[in-house]
Design a binder for this molecule. Sequence first.
Ligand code: SAH
Ligand code: SF4
Ligand code: F3S
Length: 475
Amino acid sequence: MPAHPAFSIHTYGCQMNVRDSDLLARRLRAAGFAEAASEDEADVVLVNSCSVREKAEEKAIGKLGMLCAARRDRPALVVGLTGCMANRLGPDVFGLVPGLSFSVGPRAAGPAIVGLVRRALDGAKGMFVPDTDGRTVARSHGHTIEQSDNLAVSRSDRQTVGPCDRATAPASFVTILFGCNQRCSYCIVPSVRGGEESRDPRAIVAEVREEAARGAKDVCLLGQSVMRYGRMGFAWPEDLPSPMGFSEPLPRLLEYVAREVPEVRRLRFTSGHPSGVTDELVRAMREIPAVCPHLHLPMQSGSDRILREMRRGYDSARYLAAVRRLREGVPDIAITTDIIVGYPGETEEDFEATRRVMEEAGFDNAFVFKYSPRPGTPSSLLEDDVPDKEKRRRDQVLLADQDARGQRCNDRWVGRTVEVLAEGPSLRNPARWSGRTGQNKIVVFDPAPGLRAGDFVRVSVSSARPQTLYGELVL
Ligand code: SAH
Ligand code: SF4
Ligand code: F3S
């Protein structure tokens, strides 16, 4: 085993996976491993996987296969699978990817990762640690590890900041709600991430504080259905009052985090659901200065029939009413969404309804996904009857609609001065910098000397594209 083995993590999937990868990296660094400069130089490569669509799984399997094949030249290379696919595939993964060192579920991974990597470096293969359920207790290395340990990071690794450490990034994530109980007909997440479980507000504040200590200025609180925070098997601690008079858990949490960690100037939460857009939540978004005027509110479809089949728990009227409450209550709010095209039985009429409702909602941005049947979900029993070509067409139509709509949304910002959290050189043109507004809009501008990532700057917006604002620093 090398003296300081180097690791690399390849992440697929949602922000929760990005967050989990961060925490795994911290644990490995705390245990004396170093972050590899590139995957080619790593002794250990982890693939943190996603099961939400078939494509995501295919990519991860392809990646794992390539890595295991690379063993011809690097026989000692450790290849491990983490994330949602570990739970979905179970031990079958070792048949699909011969030579895989280990596979570990997302909730079990935190406590187990260091031990697994060490044993794999000693030559062990085929080790499997699934999440057993929402309250996983991972049994590995002969002792039982409490699930609550999973996402907590030990103090000792606080100062270790490696080259690719997202923790130095001014924007960061903290998971507040594990799992999901919604059981939308098409979705595999509840079966791979287990049932809903809200974290204690004090543990959340402690983790947000750690992010702040690492330089985070913008923290997004994560849950698959984040507005369900504190609604199941949970009582808000009686000794944590709400000076603003909130009774619902999510507004209380936002108030509590904002008060306890003022260094985090921006707080967000995702993903939303219309049923959670209550008067209290709207008031929290308006009156707590740190809470950003931005909400990702997945709509999935604008057809009431399809929404019913999807078991989303709302129809288009209820969805639009939530959008209206947000727009009336939160000035300048940006609302973004997810849409699935080609759900079984989606007709041209259903699709046109989606186009209409998207227009009415006036989304700032939309992520469009082609329906992908997932094993074990209720909708996978229905015929996947919209041909791929038609799904692609609907996808393209929605993206073109959204481009025009995004342009209109962004044109409203031209001539205004916005506050931007500077993130670093722009990907397209490194001579310029990019950052984000509270609305989560990307702003590109020429940096002033001495500008650092994590600085708040004011930018006067001079032009706009559907996904980006451009402007000049106001000094
Ligand atoms: N918890 C979030 C969504 C997580 S998955 C929510 O409910 O809002 C992210 C997105 O992937 C979903 O919003 C949905 O648009 C899409 N998605 C989920 N399952 C899918 C499937 N089987 N096929 C295509 N897209 C899917
Ligand atoms: Fe999946 Fe629905 Fe849960 Fe989102 S709310 S993770 S779409 S089951
Ligand atoms: Fe994918 Fe798992 Fe997230 S299935 S979307 S990585 S919760």
